[in-house]
Design a protein around this ligand. Structure first.
Ligand SMILES: *Cc1c(COP(=O)(O)O)cnc(C)c1O
Length: 390
C-alpha cells in the first residue's frame, strides 16, 4: 500500500521497451555522419519490414499529427474534393486539417462508439466521382472503434482517389496489408505500438500517392515528402532529426522483428478480447461493442458515475495511469490500452484495480470476477484444453 510504482497504461504514450530506453543513451551522435546514416538506413529498412511493404517509408521528427498534416499538405491542392470518415476525435482531426488547408470535404460521420462502414465510403465515392482522397483512422483511439480498412480500400482502389489511413494505433493491433489492400498513405507514430516515447511519425506512400505529390500545390515547408525522400535515399533526414528517438526506434524494431509483427498483432487482439471479457464480467458496458479495436477498450462508467473517479482511484492507489474519454466523452468512459509493450500481467493489474476502484466507491463487485474472465482467455490461449480454472 505504501509503495506505488508508476505504470503508464494509456493508448499513447504506451509502456516503453527497456532496450529502446537503453539505446537512447547513445544519442551523442551527429546526424550527418556515417554512424548515424547506418542507424537511419536500418530504421527505414526495419520499418518497411515490420509494415510488410516495399513502398517508401519516411520518418518525421514530430508527433503523429505532423505526418497527418504532411499527407494533406503534400498530396492535395486547394479545393480538392475529399471524403473524410470521422468516428471520433481523431477523425475530427482529419476534418480540421482538411479545412485548414482548404480541401472540400464530404464528411462521413459515425456516432461515437460506432464505425463508419465501407458501404458508406463506396456510396460517397459513387456520389462524388471527382474525389481525390479518402481519409480514415484504422483504429479510432478516442472511442475504441476499428474500421474495416480492407473493405474501404477495395472501394477506393477502384477510383482515382488515394486512400489515406491514420494507422497510428492500427499498426501492431490489426492486420494492415499495405500493398495487397491498396493503402496509399499509411501514417504511424512512435508512442503507440512502437513502444518508444512520443516524437517520431512515419508515412508509407504508394506509387499512386507519389503521383499526387507531383501535381499537389498546397504550401508546405518543414514537411516536404519529396525532399525527405531525397535525403532518405542518402541515409539522412531533411532536417536535424530526433537522434535519441531514432536510436530507440532502431532497438524496438529489432524487438518487433524478433517477436514478429503477426504476433504483436495477435498479442493486442488477445488482450483486447480479455479486457472486454473482464469488464463485462464486472457488469460494465463496452462503449464500442460492434466493432471494437484491439488497440484500446473503451468502457462506460456505471450509470450516474464520473469515469474520472475510477481513473483517479487507479492512479492514487496503484500508480496506474489509464485514459479518460476525450472531448464530450470525458467523464463518461475510461480506456484500457493494450497495444505495444503490454502483457497479461498488465491487464490482470488493471482489471483488479478497476474492481478495487468500483468497490471503494460502493459499486457491487465480486472480487476476482473480472480478473477471472481475463485469466480464462489467457488459459484458453496459452494452456489449451488443459486449463481447469473454475
Ligand atoms: C495518438 C494518435 C494520433 C496522433 O496524435 P499525436 O498526439 O499527434 O501523436 C493520431 N491518430 C490516432 C488514431 C492516434 O491514436
Amino acid at each position: 500500500m505504501h509503495i506505488r510504482k508508476q505504470r503508464l497504461l494509456t493508448p499513447g504514450p504506451t509502456p516503453l521497451y527497456p532496450g529502446a530506453l537503453q539505446a537512447m543513451m547513445a544519442s551523442d551522435i551527429h546526424h550527418r555522419t556515417e554512424d548515424f546514416r547506418n542507424v537511419y538506413r536500418a530504421v527505414l529498412a526495419g520499418l518497411k519490414q515490420v509494415l510488410g511493404t516495399s513502398h517508401d517509408v519516411l520518418v518525421f521528427s514530430s508527433s503523429g499529427t505532423g505526418a497527418m498534416e504532411a499527407a494533406v499538405s503534400n498530396l492535395f491542392s486547394k479545393g480538392d474534393k475529399v471524403i473524410v470518415c470521422s468516428a471520433g476525435k481523431f477523425g475530427e482531426r482529419w476534418v480540421e486539417i482538411a479545412a485548414a488547408f482548404g480541401l472540400e470535404a464530404t464528411l462521413l460521420k459515425a456516432e461515437y462508439g460506432l464505425p463508419v462502414t465501407a458501404d458508406r465510403v463506396e456510396a460517397a465515392l459513387k456520389a462524388e466521382p471527382a474525389a481525390r482522397g479518402v481519409f480514415v483512422q484504422a483504429s479510432e483511439t478516442s472511442t475504441g472503434v476499428a474500421h474495416d480498412v480492407e473493405a474501404m480500400a477495395r472501394a477506393v482502389s477502384r477510383t482515382e482517389a488515394i486512400f489515406v489511413v491514420d494507422a497510428i494505433t492500427g499498426i501492431g493491433t490489426q492486420p494492415l496489408d499495405i500493398e495487397g489492400w491498396g493503402l496509399d498513405v499509411l501514417v504511424g507514430g512512435s508512442q503507440k505500438a512502437f513502444m518508444i516515447p512520443p516524437g517520431l511519425a512515419f508515412m508509407a506512400l504508394s506509387p499512386k500517392a507519389w503521383k499526387f505529390a507531383e501535381t499537389a500545390s498546397l504550401p508546405h515547408y518543414y514537411f516536404d515528402l519529396r525532399k525527405e525522400k531525397k535525403n532518405a535515399d542518402k541515409g539522412e533526414s531533411a532536417w536535424t532529426p530526433s537522434t535519441s528517438l531514432l536510436l530507440a526506434l532502431n532497438a524496438t524494431l529489432d524487438y518487433i522483428r524478433k517477436v514478429g509483427m503477426d504476433r504483436l498483432v495477435e498479442n493486442a487482439q488477445l488482450l483486447a478480447r480479455a479486457a472486454r471479457a473482464g469488464v463485462t464480467a464486472l457488469g460494465l458496458e463496452l462503449f464500442a461493442p460492434t466493432s471494437p479495436a484491439a488497440s484500446v477498450t473503451a468502457v462506460k462508467a456505471p450509470e450516474g458515475w464520473d469515469s474520472g473517479v475510477i481513473i483517479k482511484e487507479l492512479r492514487n492507489r496503484f500508480g496506474c495511469i489509464i485514459a479518460n474519454g476525450q472531448g464530450s466523452m470525458k467523464g463518461k468512459i475510461f480506456r484500457i490500452a493494450h497495444l505495444g509493450y503490454f502483457d497479461f500481467a498488465d491487464l490482470f493489474a488493471v482489471v483488479a484495480g478497476v474492481e478495487i476502484a468500483l468497490a471503494a466507491n460502493g459499486f457491487p463487485v465480486t472480487f476476482g470476477q473480472g480478473v477471472a474472465a481475463v485469466e480464462k482467455i489467457y488459459a484458453q490461449a496459452a494452456l489449451g484444453q488443459k486449463a481447469g480454472g473454475a
